[in-house]
Design a protein around this ligand. Structure first.
Ligand SMILES: Cc1ncc(COP(=O)(O)O)c(C=O)c1O
Ligand SMILES: [Zn+2]
Length: 446
């Protein structure tokens, strides 16, 4: 049996390190690793292994030198106030002190994503019996998915590390975001996608770059190819491969925004789509940081993960009570979530189990219904990933696993205009008529 992470340490030396790196005191300037300009990564101080806790200096590294475990960013945060954040720009850079980006980040061309709508969802809530429901609608980002957040942070890292090419393997949305951000930054971009993606996602990448590469294979094949190229080519920043520790931090801004938009409060339940699982784990990290920094009151929250049944390796591991995630071959209309071998799968299991949440999966028909349900109740057109998440919300509510009175946030991470085919056969004109009043009254719609 192939597993993602061969062995998982019972004790996590990294946890103490994480605690220490969240100190809120005002500290001496961050030491600058060799070759980097001072403050290149803001208040980030080091990379820490998520498996064994070993630390190493900031740089273009993503695997632990000791055990090959994945690395994540450690910080020495300064004291940060709500007022300081509120005075910042209406995009993710208002959280600059909490991200691995320099203080002058707003001066370099980037897509300025974030600060998307948090919508009260009373209609959807009524439908599902949830009395305190919100939709965080990330389709409003510049390339219409949450990926603009992670790419903006990765772009900063690529620049600071002196990388020459901005690249990614992608299930579609990331390709759009990388191609656009690279164009805006004046960087060469090379973007790799599976050959069978939805046409709008292919076009919405190719319009920004001449270097879109369609690979005959699924996302996991594309990802393996990208890792190989990253190992061979000098100066290539594959956002979700060799600059992944920086990239992933961008998803923390979803947590920061949700809390700030709720009036500096953590929600009690949050439902998040899972592909690689990075977004879910970073939303948890974001909530934890806000509480430890005193920006919100510490309060319990449950994190729920959503997958499509045709690619549900994490939901399966959760149901089976396993710590490891067995890779699958994806077969679902939710192509943006079609990662059969999710890098952060085991960490998703950690988060949902620690917080008392769950990972659930839904069929493609439920995904289509989820898209229509959100559209017809709240006027939000989600792509298939949002359909997965709303359908999962429904399933969790119906099975009593969500507290109907708890403040609940469901994420829509992408725009329905990118996956029109998912619902094309299910919706359309109620009637096609001649341009006469009589013909109209004949439809019964008056
Ligand atoms: C629209 C959308 N939502 C959610 C995800 C899941 O993100 P992650 O890989 O961080 O789990 C993706 C990933 O491509 C996506 O495109
Ligand atoms: Zn390690």
């Amino acid at each position: 049996m192939t597993v993602l992470i061969p062995s998982r340490a019972e004790s996590r030396p990294g946890e103490d390190e994480k605690e220490a790196s969240l100190s809120t005191s005002v500290l001496a300037p961050t030491p600058t690793p060799a070759g980097l300009r001072p403050g290149a990564f803001g208040h980030a101080t080091h990379l820490a292994c998520r498996e064994c806790g070993a630390t190493q200096e900031l740089g273009p590294f993503y695997a632990c030198g000791e055990c090959f475990g994945p690395l994540e960013i450690g910080y020495e945060f300064p004291a940060v106030t709500r007022e300081q954040i509120e005075a910042g720009p209406a995009n993710i850079w208002r959280y600059q002190p909490l991200l691995p980006v320099p203080t002058d980040i707003t001066t370099s061309p980037n897509m300025e994503p974030g600060f998307t709508r948090l919508l009260r969802a009373d209609n959807l809530g009524r439908e599902l019996g949830l009395r305190n429901l919100w939709v965080k609608d990330d389709s409003g980002n510049p390339t219409h998915s949450f990926k603009d957040r992670v790419v903006a942070v990765a772009l900063s890292a690529a620049r600071e590390l002196g990388m020459k090419v901005f690249a990614c393997p992608s299930t579609g949305n990331l390709a759009n975001a990388v191609a656009a951000a690279g164009a805006r930054a004046g960087m060469k971009t090379v973007v790799f996608i599976p050959h069978d993606l939805e046409v709008p996602k292919v076009i919405a990448s190719a319009v920004y770059t001449d270097s879109l590469v369609a690979v005959r294979g699924n996302y996991d094949d594309v990802n393996r190819l990208a890792s190989e190229i990253a190992g061979e080519e000098e100066g290539w920043a594959f956002v979700n491969v060799n600059v992944r520790p920086y990239y992933a931090e961008g998803s923390k801004t979803l947590a920061y925004e949700i809390a700030e938009q709720l009036g500096w409060r953590l929600p009690q339940q949050v439902v998040v789509p899972v592909a690689s699982g990075a977004q879910l784990t970073k939303i948890d990290k974001g909530f934890t940081e806000l509480a430890r920094l005193g920006l919100v009151e510490e309060s319990p929250y449950k994190v729920f993960g959503a997958q499509a049944e045709g690619c549900s390796p994490v939901a399966q591991a959760f149901k089976d009570g396993h710590d490891v995630v067995r890779p699958v071959k994806p077969d679902t209309i939710a192509k943006s979530l079609a990662i059969g071998n999710p890098a952060d799968g085991p960490y998703v299991l950690d988060v949902v189990r620690r917080t008392g949440g769950a990972v659930e999966s839904v069929t493609d028909d439920e995904v289509r219904d989820g898209i229509r349900l959100l559209a017809r109740t709240e006027g939000v057109f989600a792509e298939t990933a949002g359909g997965v998440t709303v359908a999962t919300l429904k399933k969790l509510a119906e099975s009593g696993r969500l507290d109907p009175d708890a403040e609940t946030v469901v994420l829509n991470t992408g725009d329905g205009l990118k996956t029109l085919d998912a619902v094309a056969d299910l919706v359309g004109p109620a009637a096609t008529i001649d341009p006469t009043y009589a013909a109209f009254t004949g439809t019964g719609l008056a």
